[in-house]
Design a protein around this ligand. Sequence first.
Ligand code: SF4
Ligand code: SF4
Length: 135
Amino acid sequence: MTIRFEPEDNPHPFFEQMELLCGDDFYKCYQCGSCASSCPMTEHMEASPRKIMHLVRFGLGEKLAQLNTFWVCATCLCCQVNCPRGIDVARVMEALRTRTLRQKKDYLEPSRQRIAPVSEYPQIALVGAFRKLAC
Ligand code: SF4
Ligand code: SF4
């Protein structure tokens, strides 16, 4: 993944916000990739958990906000269990969701869903989606 730094990229507000939401463990990531290799959702993600951690360490909040990864994350905690640095990657994902929701952006808008498909969704998917919508 090519990372481009734009003049408007100022990481400091992002770091402050993330440290409040999930602590500062993300600085400890050394990009081993164990989180990505153990994640059951990577094939549905636009960037793997390892890449997400890379972008977080660079403070590229706006680029992160364009990716679907933290919405797709199932909070299964496999990444946390397998991280040799003990980083709670799922908590980082939750912080990214919360940060985005506070900007009044979301991934799934319930009022725009058609009734028939919604009734066919797996219940756990709906519970997970609406939990992510609650801020
Ligand atoms: S497993 Fe931990 S140290 Fe390795 S890339 Fe993922 S977050 Fe970073
Ligand atoms: S908590 Fe999320 S990022 Fe971590 S392994 Fe599970 S689905 Fe993947």
